[in-house]
Design a protein around this ligand. Structure first.
Ligand SMILES: O=C(O)CCC(=O)C(=O)O
Ligand SMILES: [Fe+2]
Length: 311
């Protein structure tokens, strides 16, 4: 035991020594060095018995992929409960909470489709007040950028693991999947407290991968509505407006527990993380992948979400 922790400390000294010159902030190195957490292997981070992403030829893996494809075809959302092992969940969550103060408090109203935006230049005064083009979607939430997070945090290990790339390729039926390489936005934590939310929006990217680390119990629900946007067609503004007004019967609210990995096709599904209520806190990890190599966030986008650009 003593040897094991000594060994872990020495490895950490070497590893973090490299990381300091690698663009990762020194103060967070020291902070976590002092805690002397055991280094985890991927088998300590992911429940590979239930989700054998390391055995792609096994019948269990094939069944898993088929099951995920079915969920994605049905509603664009696939849940893998207890994907992350309990010990890894504790470690990931602890680091997310410790780093929250160093994170960036975002508080921004997006106009409809801000990402590919033309609406900013349009005159919207003639439209009814509840028209979705006039809706301003608030993101009020704390973002912890990737360069603050230890490389050996279970979430970073999962994000960088080749098994995830193969799994995403297989489930999403893509010819290639790459890790997003942005030093800030590729793999982040989000922390939301009372009144904080990421309101209704469509994503700019095809899909996102999230891991819930802490559930707020009250509010803080992931909600989505499918079938309101199709490529090459005008959005279904009438029904989008009902969703925004809380009057749509067609909103899904999956019950997502801490430790669950979620794959979500957010480009064509209207979705939000609703406002946290009460004393609870909602902590998520958001992992980004791409279908083309070397993509990163634009500086304009990074400033908005992280208050800075990579150094
Ligand atoms: O926090 C969530 O559950 C969803 C996050 C989200 O919609 C996004 O990052 O685009
Ligand atoms: Fe989203």
């Amino acid at each position: 035991m003593i040897f094991r922790s000594y060994y872990a400390v020495m490895l950490r000294v070497l590893f973090r020594g490299c990381r300091a010159g690698d663009g990762i902030l020194l103060n967070s190195n020291l902070k976590y060095f002092q805690k002397i957490l055991p280094i985890m292997r991927i088998s300590d981070c992911v429940d590979l018995e239930r989700y054998p992403l390391d055995e792609t030829d096994s019948p269990v893996y094939r069944e898993l992929v088929n099951n995920c494809r079915e969920q994605l075809d049905e509603c664009g959302c696939c849940l893998l409960p207890e994907f992350i092992r309990p010990g890894a969940l504790v470690q990931a969550r602890r680091e997310a909470i410790d780093l929250a103060e160093e994170g960036y408090q975002m508080n921004h109203h997006f106009s409809y489709d801000d990402v590919n935006d033309e609406t900013l230049n349009r005159n919207l005064e003639d439209l009814p007040e509840d028209h979705p083009l006039r809706f301003r979607s608030l993101t009020k939430i704390r973002f912890v950028a990737r360069d603050l997070i230890a490389r050996d945090n279970p979430i970073q290990q999962i994000h960088n693991w080749s098994g995830m790339l193969t799994f995403l390729k297989d489930t999403m039926e893509l010819s290639e999947v790459y890790i997003n390489e942005c030093p800030l936005s590729a793999c982040v934590f989000t922390v939301a407290e009372a009144g904080e939310l990421q309101d209704w929006h469509f994503d700019g990217t095809d899909y996102i991968v999230t891991v819930m680390l802490e559930d707020s119990h009250e509010g803080g629900r992931f909600e989505f509505a499918t079938g309101l946007r199709h490529p090459g067609q005008e959005d279904d503004f009438e029904n989008i407006s009902k969703v925004i007004a809380g009057q749509s019967p067609n909103v899904n609210r999956p019950d997502i527990k801490p430790g669950t990995l979620t794959l979500f096709k957010g480009k064509y599904s209207l979705h939000r993380a609703s406002a946290v209520e009460g004393e609870g806190r909602r902590v998520m990890a958001v992992l980004s992948y791409e279908t083309t190599a070397g993509r990163t966030g634009s500086n304009e986008y990074l400033k908005l979400f992280y208050g800075r650009t990579p150094t």
